[in-house]
Write a protein that binds this ligand. Structure first.
Ligand SMILES: Cc1cc2nc3c(=O)[nH]c(=O)nc-3n(C[C@H](O)[C@H](O)[C@H](O)COP(=O)(O)OP(=O)(O)OC[C@H]3O[C@@H](n4cnc5c(N)ncnc54)[C@H](O)[C@@H]3O)c2cc1C
Length: 376
């Protein structure tokens, strides 16, 4: 490799990893690799403080504790229990991200570099590297892409199949304070699915856990009737989802349309949606799907939404990313230096590819039935 190396300091015996993306999967992965004794640099294009997102359903099915694999054997909370704070159930995306970021910051082997957008990656027989938009080149034994549904890293792993494709429907999401419909969720901590009248699609509704934070409702409306609008705005180009429309980037006429349609929906959800309309606080996301054909190439691999993009209806995207991270952590405990790096990533692909493919395909079944129901 001809470029300058910028990672200073002693090289740990078990090796080094670069992770692209410090969202849910990337942070979980950084913690998992550090627990196996690797030194991990995480490169994230966004700033450290981030808001947004909607409710995630956390299953917490992976046990409450795990042990460090760095030779110490110290018992630690499992990454799933860090994410859920020990109580599975619906939770806000920003809360989960903050918990994982705090835990990653406490790991001695992890360094997170915010405002570092990766613009190019590469590899040779011994190393993998990432160039960021600030002109730095970061080098490690292995490179893992946790860079989401429009992954740059995926382009190197499977250049013939680089893009997630549009599922044919979108999702509107919003939140509202508890006093928008006081009492509805009293004593409950759950989510419901509602089929909306007039072919308007379906809605997932619920209340996030409290954990000392204000109670909030969230709603997610799966809408197969707004494809033309997405194309007009540029959020959808050809078959590829480009970005979400957030708050004021949604046209006033579209807010008006949602307001009018919500008059037919069951209460209190019509009212809660109208609260989000009034505040102009709604996110519109074209749903992308990606069934992977491979998860690694040489010293580079992908995890989380970079590796598999399911419909959110599966409720499994985050948990599958967590399982990817735990698998990679377990496989790297004997190190990733030299030929081991490629072997470890090869074993990761063998263990995780089938699960990832099945998970995405299960969501495609929901999409087909939604489209059939609403288009007759
Ligand atoms: C409405 C909705 C509801 C959902 N509900 C659930 C649920 O109930 N349960 C569940 O398990 N899953 C759910 N999911 C899925 C879950 O949210 C995703 O699977 C998960 O957030 C993906 O996390 P990720 O870290 O892989 O990707 P992302 O969150 O997309 O993160 C990618 C990160 O990489 C960064 N990045 C991208 N490119 C670069 C670059 N070039 N350089 C540096 N950084 C880069 C981005 O800034 C971002 O921080 C839901 C999804 C949606 C949309």
């Amino acid at each position: 490799m001809s470029q300058a190396q910028t990672i200073p300091g002693p090289i740990p015996a078990r090796g080094t990893a670069l992770v692209v993306g410090a969202s849910l999967a990337g942070l979980a992965l950084a913690i998992s690799l550090a627990r196996s004794g690797l030194a991990v640099d995480v490169l994230e294009r966004a700033e450290e403080e981030r808001q947004g997102g909607t409710g995630l359903r956390l299953w917490g099915g992976m046990g409450e504790t795990s042990r460090r694999r760095d030779g110490s054997g110290t018992a630690m909370p499992s990454i799933a229990s860090i994410a859920s704070a020990g109580a599975p159930g619906p939770e806000g995306w920003a809360t989960v991200r903050r918990r994982l970021a705090d835990a990653a910051a406490l790991e001695p082997g992890v360094s997170i570099h915010y405002e570092s957008e990766v613009v190019d990656i590469g590899q040779d027989a011994e190393t993998a590297w990432a160039s960021d938009a600030n002109g730095k080149v970061h080098v490690a034994d292995i490179l893992l892409g946790a860079d989401g549904h429009r992954s740059l890293v995926r382009r190197s792993v499977d250049p013939a199949h680089p893009d997630a494709s549009y599922a044919g429907y979108m999702i509107w999401t919003g939140k509202a304070p508890y006093d928008a419909a006081p009492g509805w969720a009293e004593g409950r901590n759950h989510m419901d699915m509602i089929t909306l009248p007039h072919g308007d699609g379906v809605m997932i509704v619920g209340e996030t856990k409290t954990n000392g934070e204000p109670r909030r409702y969230f709603w997610q409306w799966y809408d197969p009737t707004s494809n033309d609008y997405l194309r007009e705005t540029g959020a959808l180009v050809d078959d590829v989802s480009q970005y979400s429309l957030v708050n004021e980037r949604i046209a006033a006429s579209k807010y008006q349309d949602i307001h009018e349609r919500s008059a037919h929906w069951p209460e209190p959800w019509g009212r809660i949606v109208r609260h989000s309309v009034k505040q102009r606080r709604i996110i519109a996301t074209p749903i992308a799907e990606y069934v992977p054909r491979r998860l690694m190439h040489g010293r580079i691999a992908i995890i989380g939404d970079a590796a598999h993009v399911p419909s959110p209806m599966t409720g499994a995207g985050f948990d599958t990313g967590l399982a990817d991270a735990e698998t990679l952590g377990a496989l790297t405990q004997r190190g990733v230096v030299g030929p081991r790096g490629r072997k470890v990533l090869n074993a990761y692909e063998k263990q995780r590819l089938g699960t990832a493919q099945r998970m995405v395909r299960s969501g495609q079944g929901f999409g087909r039935s939604l489209l059939e129901r609403t288009t007759g």
